[in-house]
Design a protein around this ligand. Structure first.
Ligand code: HEC
Ligand code: HEC
Length: 330
């Protein structure tokens, strides 16, 4: 054998081995992956604005604190309806010729996971206030503020979007106007939604179903918890809202009044009645609140922060919700 004396054979053999291994270890698995993880039906590529927003997300280092991956463990249930799968990322392509794919899955979760944040925090108004000054909406937040995504102006021009924020956070007399970058970033955040699957993989640890107590047709879940998750980001834990952005529910005539239909409609479909407040988006529909959950939230609000009003009936709420769902969902 002249392998170690003939350099042609030595290098030829090791190159052939190297090429074979590359094929088996790298190229073939990549082809299989691409075949088996096609983009999910019902998803779309990011629009030009959303793509620009993703660049703003990268440029501002948001990935340092936010992941975009829902793991198959019970503690991740808060961040999505189901664990993430490879196909969720199939639409992400190379940034450009020089830079590889930015999946932004992240490794550090100082803030919440953002895989489904487009559903959880779908409101433009909330996101703009939060980016300008996180502590205006989440008083204990440690997220940095991003004021350079905004401009201070004397006048809001047509087509520009002003940020509704309590004057405490804007000591100047000027208007806070969102720059193009802020709007693009929010449009990217709003695009982050888990796609519904016909057969969704379930989490490893199933939660125990609560059995209905005898005598009650619908067992009500914990209204305080549901309020904290769905409503407190805007109306605040103390029910006092934020002046100039989100109205108080403490003492609100809608909350304390007898027009249950209006109340349920606001929760499910959102509300935009007054210029002095921002817009409430369709929180109930987006978060897929059930009749029992809506009833629990309503009853929590009617009996908190000094509010005192009779609890409402779950069956009545259910009838209204059935009607809304019939007319408002395709
Ligand atoms: C230093 C860590 C840190 C950085 C950097 C950071 N965040 Fe956050 N983020 C947090 C924390 C902590 C929270 C939870 C408290 C809050 O809502 O403010 C949060 C909350 C959020 C939420 C609300 C999530 C939810 O489920 O309610 C969004 C949206 C968000 N961040 C977007 C961003 C964007 C966009 C950037 C980059 C411009 C960014 N964050 C940068 C720490 C961070
Ligand atoms: C993204 C922010 C946001 C979230 C989340 C939100 N709201 Fe609102 N809500 C608003 C804004 C803004 C208004 C005022 C709209 C207007 O009047 O133009 C409002 C108005 C209301 C009103 C009418 C109050 C009044 O006195 O006129 C009720 C009731 C209400 N919301 C209940 C809820 C409930 C219940 C939840 C949770 C299921 C919720 N909201 C979640 C932003 C929000």
């Amino acid at each position: 054998m002249n392998m170690f004396t003939n350099h042609r054979i030595l290098f030829g053999t090791s190159f052939a081995l190297f090429a074979f291994l590359t094929l088996v270890v790298a190229i073939m698995p990549a082809i299989t992956n691409q075949k088996n993880n096609a983009p999910l039906p019902g998803t779309a590529d990011l629009t030009a604005d959303q793509l620009a927003g993703k660049q703003v997300f990268i440029a501002n280092g948001c990935v340092a604190c936010h992941t975009q991956q829902v793991r198959n463990v019970a503690m991740d249930k808060a961040w999505g309806e189901r664990p993430g799968i490879a196909a969720d990322y199939a639409r992400i392509t190379r940034t450009d010729f020089w830079r590889n794919t930015a999946t932004l899955m992240g490794t550090e979760r100082t803030g919440p996971d953002l895989s489904n944040v487009g559903i959880r925090q779908g409101s433009l108004a909330w996101n703009l206030v939060h980016l300008y000054q996180p502590r205006a909406v989440v008083s204990e937040s440690i997220m940095p503020a991003y004021p350079w995504l905004f401009e201070l102006k004397d006048q809001v021009a047509a087509g520009e979007i002003e940020v509704s924020i309590p004057s405490k956070f804007n000591p100047t007399n000027k208007k806070i106007v969102a720059k193009k970058e802020a709007l693009q970033l929010v449009s990217y955040l709003q695009s982050l939604k888990q796609t519904e699957l016909p057969e969704a993989p379930s989490f490893l640890y199933a939660e125990e179903e609560q059995e209905a107590k005898p005598g009650y047709s619908i067992q009500l879940p914990d209204g305080q918890q549901l309020y904290a998750k769905n409503c407190a980001p805007c109306h605040q834990t103390n029910g006092e809202g934020l002046p100039g952005a989100f109205p108080p529910l403490k003492g609100s005539s809608v909350v304390l009044g007898d027009d249950l239909e209006l109340f349920v409609n606001i929760i499910m479909l959102g509300y935009d009645a007054r210029p002095e407040y921002a817009v409430m988006n369709a929180v109930g529909l987006n978060n897929k609140l059930s009749a029992a959950e809506v009833t629990a939230i309503i009853n929590h609000e009617r009996n908190s922060w000094g509010n005192r009003a009779k609890p409402v009936d779950a069956e009545q709420v259910k009838n209204m919700m059935d009607f809304i769902k019939k007319t408002k969902t395709p």
